[in-house]
Design a protein around this ligand. Sequence first.
Ligand code: SF4
Ligand code: SF4
Ligand code: SF4
Ligand code: FES
Length: 376
Amino acid sequence: MSDGTISINGKAYPFKPDQTILEVATEAGISIPTLCHLKGTTPTGACRLCVVEVKGARNLLTSCSTPAASGMEVNTDSPAVTQSRKMTLELLLSSGNHDCLNEGSGTDTKVLFDARAEIDGHSDHLCPSWGECKLQEYALAYGATGTKYPRAKPAYPPEVNNPLIIRDFSRCILCGRCVQACNEVQVNEAISYGYRGSESKIVALGDLPLFQSACVFCGECVQACPTGALVDKKSKGKWRPWDVETIRTTCPYCGVGCQQSLHVKDGRIVKVTGVEEGLPNKGRLCVKGRFGYDFIYSDERLTTPLIRENGELREASWDEALDLVADKLKEIIGESGPDALAGVSCARSINEDSYQMQKLFRGVFKTNNIDHCART
Ligand code: SF4
Ligand code: SF4
Ligand code: SF4
Ligand code: FES
């Protein structure tokens, strides 16, 4: 139900109760830059990049946290708005180790990257988020560089002592998206803001390393981080955004069926992320779905059926293996009746497969000896 209209850039748009200016603008296809806003969570107004001009208001207002009101006249692109956003970006770039932008160096992230790699002789130490960083993207769009203000010295060394997530505090802009992702999206409540002023830091509770904290390594914070402050350790340095194709698929681990994006370079998965608009997970993944893809490349992985003969396993075709299983099942039923059989379906398979398994046991074999390993 509409709650009236607001005017954005001179055009009237209806809005629903409790919608923010940002939400109305986004629905209308009007783009407003955001860094701290995380869809579906409580707005924090931390970054002030989403400011807009509202007629009659004394200051620019943050569109992510300001509710739309009937008759409001909003300008998302005025000179004051653009100037404010540019200054915000310049301050954020100076707040830490954001060395990917220098004056007059163009706007294409790959061109910028190649030029810097050539000057430095190698690219290994360049920011791992180069080319997929929202701060870099907006800085380029608004012509902001990290050279306007003196660069703050890093207050904390990076945390690299777990196998999955690198926390580089020197590239953290304290936007709080990771905190929202952990506490409001995954509801793990493992991290929060800690300390004050220039000592401010995102801390795992008690300021412990992640692996000693309540963190379950779901990696939701990594996906939410708009900069190079949280990095997937396994994929670091193995790819850049212009190297990969993205393939949508369903997670192979359990019946929930989370939607994943596989980032593939030269035919090999280098990173996995959740599909933000995909159901049922809406971007969320657990530790297995996000980080557990190495098994695909394991030499120990079974790729054909194996039949045991005289104590030895030999490779077989699917037809041969399935015929053998069917014959054995018939033999057992013939000799001892259907209740001599029992089936356990796999929690890693999809719900439909488990359903088919119980149909097979109940409807075809005529036994109720059917269970599911999730109950163990
Ligand atoms: S985090 Fe973003 S802005 Fe900072 S150095 Fe990396 S790419 Fe540049
Ligand atoms: S990995 Fe998951 S549990 Fe750990 S801090 Fe990030 S969001 Fe929280
Ligand atoms: S770690 Fe990333 S998401 Fe978290 S506050 Fe810092 S920049 Fe924002
Ligand atoms: S996105 Fe609105 S204040 Fe950060």
